[in-house]
Design a protein around this ligand. Structure first.
Ligand code: SAM
Length: 217
């Protein structure tokens, strides 16, 4: 069930909202049908501009939000990217089409990490590496990164992520409380130094971990 008409309609809806200026990003969305990243009866909502449940109280983000964050990240072909919050694997798959280097993506929920791996494999993508763990600590093994994207809300900028970003590198991250967050584009200017610019308000699931929110039992 590859609904290319619906996918093209989604792309045109996002453009009408004033986003999606990049031709490459548009092609990546067309090449990566969102229905392949959601399951069962939810596939029928895949081309609506809404978040969709992927189980475990998590969601694949709204397509226009994915576009806003990806464009803000300003990906270059030579960028090594770290994503925190793999979820379905749709965002990391999109990023994989924009760079020739690896995209490392961390997910804390085992079942989601496994299903993302299989979604990414099904798309024939080779440059996304899914790692299971607490992404609020980053991924020291492959640091430094040119770009970091955090697809869950954090109460503050996790220090390890800033440390693992190259000088001149960019991080896109929603910061705030459990209920509402402001999205920032953070540019690293030196050791422990950065600028941050707001690009609007969003609602994300929480980043749960050592440098994020504490898990509520
Ligand atoms: N980018 C995803 C996609 O394309 O489907 C959507 C991400 S969803 C909005 C946020 C994800 O962040 C959830 O899958 C959640 O389990 C994960 N998450 C939350 N805290 C995390 C942490 N500390 N480390 C890694 N993943 C985390």
């Amino acid at each position: 069930m590859f609904m290319s008409y619906e996918n093209r309609k989604l792309v045109s809806d996002i453009k009408q909202k004033g986003y999606l200026k990049s031709k490459e990003l548009e092609q990546a969305i067309l090449d990566l049908p969102r229905e392949k990243f959601v399951s069962g009866s939810l596939k029928r909502f895949a081309y609506e501009d809404i978040p969709i449940s992927i189980g475990h109280r998590q969601t694949v983000s709204q397509p226009s939000t994915v576009v806003i964050m990806t464009e803000a990240l300003d990906v270059k072909k030579t960028d090594k990217i770290l994503e925190i919050g793999t979820g379905s694997g749709w965002q990391s798959s999109i990023l994989s089409k924009l760079t020739k280097k690896n995209v490392y993506t961390i997910e804390r929920i085992h079942e989601l990490a496994e299903s993302a791996k299989s979604n990414i494999k099904e798309m024939g993508i080779k440059n996304v590496k899914v790692i299971e763990g607490d992404g609020s600590k980053g991924l020291k093994k492959y640091a430094l990164y040119d770009k970091i994207i955090v697809t869950a809300a954090s109460p503050e900028l996790p220090k390890p992520l800033l440390d693992q970003l190259k000088i001149g590198g960019k991080m896109v991250i929603p910061l705030g409380d459990y209920y509402s967050q402001e999205m920032f584009v953070v540019t690293k200017r030196g050791k422990g130094k950065y600028d941050k610019v707001s690009i609007g308000f969003f609602n994300f699931v929480p980043l749960l971990g050592k440098y994020g929110f504490e898990e509520r039992k």
